[in-house]
Design a binder for this molecule. Structure first.
Ligand code: SAH
Ligand code: SF4
Length: 370
């Protein structure tokens, strides 16, 4: 019985070495293949000219390349570029390439961030988010995550040097594949991006946050908090019923302590839901307990959802309370670029034929890890 070919970019160097051993091949062959994949970026086994023709044929039978197809690119060189990508099975995902923002990092900054997806759709159903609106289809395999980086570099002609797991999907619900992808993206034999330049965002899967804390890599952690009390959080994030704030914050504290890191709390401001002064006070209490930074993001309207972005006056009032409480917090006010929709929106627009979202997220987002 012929096994289904394994996507070759889902394998770490160790995995591939093991597979080669099983094939009766010398381990150094695995290294050679990895070099073709990540240093030379070839697109098929035929190009791996230091391997024998027999071995190349054998590899082509056992492994697949699973190239992502770029369906659309929105944006231009100096702005955020958004890629709509088709996977092998026809499913659509998005990645967003965000250039350095001189206003935030100084003219010398050359930070180029890629926001990657980890699942097709999302099962967590946060009430404000476009990614979860059509439910969950499947996990991406590690190779499909790694390839988003390779594709962005190929199309842009530039190296990406910062990765945020903030595209479609809940990365910690696809733990094993995301860990392999991080290893490949981080490794010197792989894409070579430092762990401190990799940020993983989660809606709050507490047990997996603890599991992540046990991993050797110093990956940064962002939490989609969006509510500083169980009452508020439950209204918009069903995951809070499973992992209430106290459980989530314990896991965050553990992560911060073990990794000696600052946690990033994401806080979307949604009018009359979580933007009152008392919400800001509650948020301040949380940040007192955990070494953290708060990133406030005025809500991006999603077609079909009734949540709204607060007025600038309300946003200012919220930030003033945080400042008064000495919270390290930033807020980003969009300039209204029309290409950079919040993750999940471009795919929806393509799949269900809707218009471009009205208040898109932009390149110059406030988040320091971007
Ligand atoms: N599932 C993970 C990773 C996705 S990150 C998580 O939720 O953390 C995507 C980020 O964009 C999350 O912080 C999410 O809450 C935020 N987001 C989703 N919809 C948004 C919208 N309409 N406006 C602003 N931010 C949004
Ligand atoms: Fe899923 Fe994150 Fe969107 Fe929630 S915010 S539905 S967890 S992608």
């Amino acid at each position: 019985m012929a096994d289904t070919p394994t996507p070759i970019k889902s394998l770490t160097l160790n995995d591939l070495t093991e597979r080669f051993r099983a094939l009766g091949q010398k381990p150094y062959r695995a290294k050679q293949v990895i070099e073709w994949l990540y240093a030379k970026r070839v697109k098929d086994f035929a190009a791996m000219t230091n391997l024998s023709a027999d071995l190349r044929a054998q590899l082509a039978e056992q492994f697949s390349f699973d190239a992502l197809e770029v369906v659309r690119v929105l944006g231009s060189e100096d702005t955020t570029r958004k890629f709509l990508l088709r996977l092998g099975d026809g499913a659509l995902i998005e990645s967003v390439l965000i250039p350095a923002s001189p206003a935030l990092y100084g003219e010398a900054s050359d930070r180029r961030t890629l926001c990657v997806s980890t699942q097709v759709g999302c099962a967590y159903g946060c009430k404000f988010c476009a990614s979860g609106l059509d439910g969950f289809s499947r996990n991406l395999h590690a190779g499909e995550i790694v390839e988003q980086v390779l594709k962005a570099e190929e199309v842009s002609g530039e190296r990406v040097n910062n990765i945020v797991f903030m595209g479609m999907g809940e990365p910690l619900a696809n733990f094993a594949n995301v860990m392999s992808a991080i290893e490949i993206i981080n490794a010197h034999w792989g894409v070579g991006i430092g762990a401190r330049h990799i940020t993983l965002s989660t809606s709050g899967l507490a047990p997996q946050i603890r599991q992540l804390a046990e991993q050797p890599l110093q990956v940064r952690l962002a939490i989609s908090l969006h509510g500083a009390t169980d009452d508020v959080r439950e209204k918009i994030m069903p995951v809070n019923r499973k992992y209430p704030l106290s459980v989530l914050l314990d896991a965050c504290e553990d992560y911060a302590e073990r990794k000696r890191q600052t946690i990033f709390f994401e806080y979307i401001l949604i009018e009359n839901v979580n933007d009152r002064p008392e919400d800001a006070w509650a948020l301040a209490q949380i940040t007192r307990r955990i070494p953290s930074k708060v990133n406030c993001i005025p809500y991006n309207t999603v077609e079909g959802l009734s949540w709204t972005r607060p007025s600038e006056a309300r946003q200012d009032a919220f930030m003033a309370v945080l400042r008064e409480a000495d919270v390290r917090a930033t807020i980003r006010r969009e300039k209204g670029h029309d290409i950079a929709a919040a993750c999940g929106q471009l795919r929806r627009q393509t799949e269900v034929g809707r218009g471009v979202p009205t208040a898109p997220r932009t390149a110059e987002d406030s988040r320091p890890y971007l």
